[in-house]
Write a protein that binds this ligand. Structure first.
Ligand code: ADP
Ligand code: NA
Length: 343
């Protein structure tokens, strides 16, 4: 029986926003704080995934450092978790190649996330000429790399947001294909679905909050100042009723704000309850209250982030030590894999 091992990753494509925080980072910290002592925890800055779309080298380096600093700032403890850059562990790429040799093109073309990166409809044919010529091989095959990320550490549990569950299924498919060809060396990972609802864009409550939205007012970064938080929440798209109620179907903008408020509510009330408590409030006053709650809730993260970046060499040390431990963890698997393949 493999020891319990939790793995997850985040792309270094900018400071995490509230969606990343509530959908991923916050849960990672919770898992760290509740896991049994024998559980292994690994969290990766997945820079190999970041280059599936064009990146500028200096900016990517800065984003990597800032991303690792945010993992530390939200409360991940490098004494408890392995925090590392994916590119520091060549075994991720090596296992990806090996998995590619038993993975099915058909299965990959039915996956939908690369379509959204190309701004195609989910039902667009993956093999039509115009999408094929825009699609880079790395963007098409990145689910295989994602599978390798998980399998190379023999992860038993992978916390993900709902947008990622398809990829976990594909990782299990990779295990089946590999183990069928080479013997039972890879471990099937289980999904830990984030309990948080998807955080929606402040400018369009039908779109998820995302790093790639060109409108910076659509999101709140976890290191944003109270004045930026205030400005973005005040400009959030809601509706013309001047009262508060939790009605995700008819009032998605207000529901998104209520659900954010609920995450930062010191009394732990649900979005529904808060909708009733603030029912008679005008939307201007309500937005102001939401902005204040978010600012207060993120204050500790923001201060930690500044402190960590001011601590000369600290992030680099964490990264070096994490890389060393992650290479060790990957080598345990790769020893078995290389032997089974015949290398
Ligand atoms: P992005 O989707 O903004 O490019 P990543 O791909 O790096 O960010 O995602 C990191 C994690 O954050 C993933 O687990 C993903 O499910 C989660 N996540 C991203 N956006 C949201 C959102 N709007 N709401 C909830 N979770 C999200
Ligand atoms: Na994503």
């Amino acid at each position: 029986v493999p020891p319990p091992t939790i793995f997850s990753g985040i792309q270094p494509t900018g400071i995490p926003h509230l969606g990343n925080y509530l959908g991923a980072l916050h849960q990672w910290v919770h898992l760290q704080n509740t896991a049994t002592p024998e559980t292994k925890l690994l969290f990766s800055i997945v820079d190999l995934h970041a280059i599936t779309v064009p990146q500028e080298a200096a900016r990517l380096k800065r984003w990597k450092k800032e991303s690792l600093a945010t993992l530390l700032a939200v409360g991940l403890d490098p004494g408890r978790c392995v925090l590392f850059s994916q590119s520091a562990v060549p075994a991720h790429s090596e296992l990806m190649w090996i998995l590619s040799c038993t993975a099915s093109m058909g299965y990959l073309s039915r996956m939908t996330q690369w379509k959204s990166k190309l701004q195609l409809q989910d039902n667009a044919s993956p093999l039509d000429e115009s999408s094929k010529s825009k699609l880079k091989l790395g963007l098409f095959s990145y689910p295989v790399l994602q599978a390798a990320d998980i399998l190379v550490h023999r992860a038993t549990h992978v916390p993900v947001g709902e947008d990622q569950s398809q990829h976990l299924e594909f990782a299990r498919e990779c295990v089946t294909n590999f183990n069928h060809a080479y013997g039972p060396h890879l471990v099937e990972p289980k999904t830990i679905m984030s309990p948080a609802k998807r955080v929606m864009s402040l400018q369009n409550p039908h779109q998820k909050m995302s790093k790639s939205n060109p409108d910076a007012r659509s999101r709140i970064l976890i290191t944003d100042s109270p004045s930026t938080i205030k400005a973005n929440v005040m400009s959030a798209l809601t509706d013309s009723l001047n009262s508060v109620s939790y009605d995700p179907v008819n009032r998605p903008g207000v529901a998104n704000l209520l659900s954010l408020l609920s995450h930062f509510d010191v009394e732990g009330r649900s979005a529904e309850e808060l909708g009733k408590v603030h029912g008679d409030m005008g939307l201007g006053k309500f937005k102001s209250l939401v902005a204040d709650a978010i600012s207060v809730g993120l204050e500790g993260v923001r201060n930690e982030y500044e402190r960590i970046l001011d601590d000369e060499g600290y992030v680099e040390n964490v990264e070096r030590e994490g890389g060393r431990k992650a290479r060790e963890s990957a080598e345990e698997t790769m020893g078995l894999v290389r032997d089974a393949v015949g290398f």
